[in-house]
Write a protein that binds this ligand. Structure first.
Ligand SMILES: O=C[C@H](O)[C@H](O)[C@H](O)COP(=O)(O)O
Length: 221
């Protein structure tokens, strides 16, 4: 399928940023799964010191290819973090969390010098919000947070049958056209009971790699 090929082209281009002997930040999702497979195929898996992962699923996949999964508390700052996204705008601000890993993703991104984001063209938008914005919430606060988000103009829907790796729930917020992503990120983060919002606006991607079936385009803010 051409979307899978586009994801592969983006993931392949990200290999150029991986440094031997260093600890790599690794995100979550179908595009990152291809990137992890390519780490094995390229031999880089055996050359890096290890990885800090943003989800149990990615940790398992990394361990299967022999990459030691390390605790972020023991590694210090990471040089690069490779992850996908659900949407990117021209400022390289992102919506993430379609795979429910947003909180750990934000932590690993924050602790990394460079966030390399790998996407196919379908993720590029002018205005964020077509993809429902994920918000991780403490379960007992879910209804309260939903009311506060409705007051901001969004339509939150509880993601069914999903518990995050942190034991929390996800509200997917529909109906937003996010023109000021930094302001909305701050506003939602301030609602009591919110663990994390999947808007990566203050800290977006440092490099966006957009894969197409023909190759990859590197975009910087
Ligand atoms: O929680 C999941 C992550 O934010 C993913 O990076 C995002 O959902 C993109 O995933 P995919 O590469 O499968 O489209």
């Amino acid at each position: 399928m051409s979307q899978d090929l586009a994801k592969r082209k983006a993931a392949e281009a990200a290999l150029a940023y991986v440094q031997a002997g260093r600890v790599l930040g690794v995100g979550t999702g179908s595009t990152v799964n291809i990137f992890i497979d390519l780490l094995a195929e390229s031999g880089l898996a055996g050359k890096i010191k290890g990885a800090v992962s943003s989800s149990n699923a990615s940790s398992e996949r990394l361990q299967k290819i022999g990459v030691p999964v390390l605790d972020l508390n023991s590694t210090g700052e990471l040089s690069i973090y490779v992850d996908g996204a659900d949407e990117s705008n021209p400022k390289l601000q992102l919506i993430k969390g379609g795979g429910a890993a947003l909180t750990r993703e934000k932590i690993v991104a924050a602790a990394s010098e460079q966030f390399i984001c790998i996407v196919d063209r379908s993720k590029q938008v002018e205005v964020l919000g077509r993809f429902p914005l994920p918000v991780e919430v403490i379960p007992m606060a879910q209804a309260y947070v939903a009311r506060r988000i409705e007051a901001l103009g969004g339509q939150p829907k509880l993601r069914q049958n999903v518990i995050t790796d942190n034991g929390n729930q996800i509200l997917d917020v529909h109906g937003l056209a996010i023109h000021d992503a930094v302001a909305l990120e701050t506003e939602i983060n301030l609602i009591t009971g919110v663990v994390c919002v999947g808007l990566f606006a203050r800290r977006g991607a440092d490099v966006l790699i957009v894969g197409t079936p023909e190759g990859a385009q590197i975009i910087k803010p």
